[in-house]
Design a protein around this ligand. Structure first.
Ligand code: M6R
Length: 366
């Protein structure tokens, strides 16, 4: 039940600190020196020897896959390809027997994802699943996998399932990196300890709910919106845009901030809200100059910034702070304000946030 919340989506957004914790709890040993993914234990040697990883999903699960590509390539130094299930299944993909194919799906029943699974399995690749629904078709048909344990997700817009997928994928990337010795013991230690701090940092972000609602009120009548990010926060921008369009019906696009000059900047005028994910990471200066370019064209900038960053105060129209973290873990934090922003805008527009028009929770037909 919804309890004190007006909608399941809001309840599920607020559950995330706890679901993230539940997803990693029990998968870290008490000293945080080992990651245990029980479901993958038997196949892990094959994963370590794999030539390539292909990650497949649809919608939000595809965004999780895109983020994982950054983490796996950076830490485990293995080539990764990310595919939409609906595209993968119909072109003639080259699949090797020493490929690992990871299917990501909240429901485990998405028709295209299941078809991609069967195709990869037929080619002899090792097929793994990351899914939320226990006993789903995906869980049954993959050779091994990891459950996200996010609990039942009722809102059609995926929120807690996404952060749980990200938690599993982060654990997976770090474990693989450790087994392949492509990460230093120190780096591993820092990341795992920081992962354990993410739930508390998430709670701090959720406390800004009211402030995000006020920002939502300013932009609720927008016709279009742009979301920008860099690095592993680029897929977070895609996810923010997807949340907004599916529940508020505002047309929104996510872009890698560096692509702005290659087209989307033509859209910027004083009517366009641009949500920029701009924490103080290695890309900070570049993203600040993106913000300057938007402001020079009178766009309205809503910036997701690092806590205490005073530098963007003058430049952006609205600021939402997130606690600092290792860049690889920032997606788990940065997505929270974007979920809340979409939620409040949709509610203020009178939309049915839990059951948006034309959408189904699980897409079991093509
Ligand atoms: O159950 P799945 O994770 O396979 O679902 C994939 C997409 O249909 C799903 O993520 C969809 O995009 C959501 N409505 C996004 O909020």
């Amino acid at each position: 039940e919804k309890g004190d919340f007006d909608h399941f989506m809001l309840k599920e957004i607020f559950e995330q600190p706890q679901t993230i914790e539940e997803t990693f709890k029990g998968r870290l040993n008490p000293g945080y020196s080992e990651i245990v993914l029980g479901g993958l234990q038997n196949v892990f040697p094959r994963i370590v020897d794999a030539r390539r990883i292909i990650i497949i999903g649809c919608g939000t699960s595809w965004h999780a896959a895109l983020i994982a590509e950054y983490l796996l390539e950076e830490y485990a130094r293995i080539p990764v390809e990310v595919e939409y299930a609906s595209e993968f299944r119909y072109r003639k993909p080259v699949i090797y027997k020493d490929d690992v194919v990871i299917l990501i799906s909240q429901s485990g029943e998405t028709a295209d994802t299941l078809a991609a699974l069967r195709l990869a399995k037929n080619e002899g690749a090792l097929v793994l699943g990351i899914c939320n629904v226990v006993g789903s078709s995906l869980a049954r048909e993959t050779e091994a996998g990891v459950y996200t344990h996010a609990g039942v997700e009722i809102g059609v817009a995926s929120t807690k399932a996404f952060t749980a997928q990200m938690t599993v994928l982060t654990l997976f990337a770090l474990k693989l990196a450790k087994e392949k010795s492509t990460i230093s013991a120190k780096e591993f230690d820092v990341l795992v300890k920081e992962l354990a701090e993410i739930p508390e940092k998430g709670r701090v972000i959720l406390q800004q709910n009211h402030r995000i609602q006020e920002i939502a009120a300013k932009y609720k009548d927008a016709v279009n919106a742009l979301y920008l990010g860099r690095g592993c926060l680029f897929p977070v921008a895609l996810e923010g845009a997807l949340k907004l369009k599916e529940i508020s019906y505002i047309h929104a696009e996510g872009y890698a901030a560096g692509e702005m000059k290659h087209g989307p900047i033509a859209l910027v005028d004083d009517n366009l809200p641009v949500v920029v994910v701009a924490p103080q990471d290695a890309f900070y200066e570049k993203i600040v100059s993106n913000i300057q370019e938007i402001k020079a064209r009178k766009g309205n900038v809503i910036a997701i910034i690092s806590e205490g960053d005073s530098g963007l105060g003058e430049l952006a129209d609205d600021l939402i702070e997130i606690p600092g973290s290792q860049p690889a873990l920032a997606p788990l934090l940065a997505v929270l304000p974007l979920q809340l922003l979409a939620y409040h805008i949709a509610v203020l527009r009178g939309c049915n946030v839990d059951q948006p028009r034309n959408l189904a929770k699980s897409v079991t037909v093509e």
